[in-house]
Design a protein around this ligand. Structure first.
Ligand code: ARG
Length: 417
């Protein structure tokens, strides 16, 4: 009997050719699995194509709610932006797809799983490492790493030769991955980092020129770091993210042109569109500035970097993640309140925040009537605060005339070569 393999299948060229190849060249019984993380695609057409291309079975899993609840929103609460910019849409979906692939493999008593990632990218690492964590016994097959078709054209030729029905619509010149949390676009013209991204790269966002001249104001409510309302109405995560993608996209928000460091050591140019994610990060950060202490904010900045790195690097199913997630969750217990944002010409600017757990005290901050801050106490505080500075200056700086008081100079130094 042929070995059974579960293939993560999108219905595109790569995975359709992979499906056929796994069946014909490797002799697997292939079960196609499409995980909906906000694909906006046609289920019936994908199922039909999978079966016509040789799949022995087909699964469709709507994972949109799990994706937002267990992946996107926890990453939001963590403030996770890879290299300070990329909200990690593609990276966050991979461990979830791997988990579902493993579940379906168990259900189908399959011995192997497969995906359509190349050997040059991050996604292969995320799929493989997540699968290895969850089901070390499963074999993992990645046809694109194995076959010698190196170009898109050779895959098209293969599809024509074997009469594989691939979408005949005008192929995008870019390689695109999208889900509710964002859209990632690479290759083609974008490979030249000097080249400004042409307008046809963008699908979710209006250009600055086309975006309305009038700003739009919205209010996002959070409970313990999780967004729960839009303009005062309670809303579920999937609907909120969907609505914000169009609302903020309309104002040109969420375009990110990133030259990024891949986990396999390559620098690559990637254009992202993430209107909802960018808007929500802006709103969440503003509310944290109101509800977290200075020390909490500082620590959280470094945790956010670490968190983003582990998501990017495919380390979702690890103890390190569990530890960081516990810290993040603890920091969010008072991040409850509302942020008001102005959406305008590419910017989602937080213009107001309020919270029942606010640490902001008008009575302390004000320069008007009602000031409760005791200015005379500042002198004593400064006396103690500055003590070590005075001691060091006396002992090491002022007493030694050669010691420069200007520690660094703004003048250009002679270069060593
Ligand atoms: N560079 C991003 C990441 O590794 C996105 C990769 C998605 N693929 C694409 N075809 N654009 O998460």
């Amino acid at each position: 009997m042929a070995k059974k393999l579960i293939l993560a299948y999108s219905g595109g060229l790569d995975t359709s050719v992979a499906l056929h190849w796994l069946t014909q060249e490797r002799g697997y019984d292939v079960v196609a699995l499409t995980v909906d993380v906000g694909l906006d695609s046609d289920r019936a057409a994908i199922e039909k194509r999978a079966l016509a291309t040789g799949a022995v079975g087909f699964h469709w899993v709507d994972a949109r709610e799990d994706f937002i609840r267990f992946f996107a929103f926890p990453a939001l609460a963590a403030g996770a932006l890879y290299q300070g910019r990329y909200p990690l849409a593609t990276a966050l979906a991979r461990p979830l797809i791997a988990k579902i692939m493993v579940d379906v493999a168990r259900e189908e008593s399959a011995e192997a799983v497969g995906h359509g990632c190349t050997g040059k990218g991050n996604d292969q690492v995320r799929f493989d490492v997540s699968t290895q964590a969850l089901a070390p016994d499963l074999e993992i097959v990645a046809p694109l790493r194995e076959w010698d078709m190196r170009t898109r054209q050779s895959e098209i030729d293969y599809a024509l030769k074997h009469k594989i029905d691939v979408p005949v619509t005008k192929e995008s010149p870019y390689s695109i991955d999208e889900n509710l949390w964002g859209r990632s676009c690479e290759s083609g013209l974008l490979e030249d980092p000097w080249q400004e991204p042409p307008e046809d790269v963008f699908a979710w966002t209006k250009s600055m020129d086309e975006a309305p001249d009038e700003p739009r104001y919205i209010e996002i409510g959070f409970e313990r770091g999780i967004p729960v309302s839009l303009d005062g109405e309670q809303i579920d995560g999937v609907s909120l993210v969907g609505q914000l993608n169009s609302l903020a996209g309309e104002h040109g928000i969420g375009r990110i042109d990133h030259l990024e460091d891949r986990l396999v050591g390559i620098k690559s140019r990637e254009i992202y569109e993430a209107p909802a994610a960018v808007t929500l990060h802006s709103a969440h950060r503003a509310l944290e500035r109101m509800t977290l202490s200075k020390a909490q904010l500082r620590m959280k900045t470094s945790i956010a970097q670490e968190y983003a790195q582990l998501i990017y690097d495919g380390l979702w199913f690890t103890g390190h993640h569990q530890d960081l997630a516990s810290y993040v969750q603890s920091t969010q217990r008072h991040v409850t309140g509302v942020t008001r944002l102005r959406l305008h010409k590419g910017q989602a600017t937080a213009v107001g925040t309020k919270s029942p757990r606010s640490l902001y005290a008008t009575a302390l901050a004000t320069y008007e009537e009602g000031d409760q801050y005791d200015q005379s106490a500042a002198q004593g505080f400064i006396h103690v605060w500055g003590l070590p500075v005075r001691v060091q200056a006396q002992a090491q700086l002022l007493s030694q005339p050669d010691e420069p008081l200007h520690i660094a100079s703004a003048e250009p130094q002679d270069s060593p070569n």
